[in-house]
Design a protein around this ligand. Structure first.
Ligand SMILES: *Cc1c(COP(=O)(O)O)cnc(C)c1O
Length: 251
């Protein structure tokens, strides 16, 4: 892990905001249509404080245990009372209860079993959780998410759960140097969103785009980009492979 110095991180936030604005201008979108979710996974909790001080009160983590640990570490400091933690990565259904206690949004819903459990814990907590359905737009065996062909039925089925609300779709694009292949993944997600939205108006958002491909994602309609390494520094490659090509991909 090569974590940038705090000053450099603050600069990167400004730089990124400028790139988002430039990209939006090129394609005739308003910069305020695109939310940047800084992704703090694998970086120390202090990184969340820097993001917060830079005006980002919502950050993304991909593993629920790490999210909980960081929240507990930061909670000591009352200033972070309005910090929102967004879970952007896969969740096993036996960990659904953590969402009720710690998480403001979940971007990786991909099974009805998990949806049912989230619904139950949210009902107990008296909350409605905004969720995004994760779609495997690249059809890579190694990635989480529903096959695109199953996404619409899945969203229909989610309407039965009163304590979660599907507000968008999420994807990780194909891991490719070919921009057209990456773009195609984002297009697929957008087309699915357009179809789903006709029946379910709340399904409006597109969580797509990371450090390496966020500009393509914005061009294709992203409303939420999830960026880590470009802001904070590079993560350990071994960990990265373990995350994107999980060995224990059991559902
Ligand atoms: C790590 C991660 C990101 C951010 O990737 P970077 O390369 O750090 O920008 C985005 N989405 C998900 C689901 C992630 O796990």
């Amino acid at each position: 892990m090569a974590l940038f110095a705090p000053e450099k991180i603050k600069e990167n936030f400004d730089l990124l905001a400028q790139r988002i604005a430039d990209c939006c201008e090129r394609v005739g979108r308003r910069p305020d249509e695109v939310r940047l979710i800084p992704v703090t996974k694998e970086f120390p909790p202090a990184v969340i404080e820097i993001a917060y001080a830079s005006g980002y009160k919502q950050v993304g983590e991909n593993k629920v245990q790490e999210l909980v640990d960081k929240y507990e570490a930061l909670k000591q400091n009352g200033a972070y009372g309005d910090l929102d933690l967004i879970l952007i990565g896969h969740l096993q259904s036996n960990k659904a209860r953590f969402l009720a206690d710690y998480v403001s949004e979940f971007h990786a819903l991909d099974s009805l079993r998990l949806a049912a459990r989230i619904d139950r814990f949210m009902a107990e907590a008296g909350r409605v959780l905004p969720v995004y359905v994760q779609v495997n737009t690249s059809s890579e065996e190694s990635k989480y998410g529903l096959p695109a062909a199953e996404a619409l039925d899945f969203i229909d089925a989610c309407a039965a759960f009163k304590n979660l609300r599907v507000i968008g779709l999420m994807t990780l694009a194909i891991n490719s140097k070919n921009d057209e292949e990456v773009r195609q993944c984002f297009r697929t997600l957008r087309q699915l969103r357009d179809q789903a939205q006709q029946k379910h108006p709340s399904v409006s958002r597109l969580s797509m785009g990371m450090s390496g491909d966020f500009e393509i994602a914005i061009e294709e309609g992203a409303t939420d980009i999830r960026v880590g390494q470009m802001i904070f520094g590079s993560r350990d490659i071994a960990n990265e492979l373990a995350h994107f090509w999980p060995e224990d991909k059991a559902r």
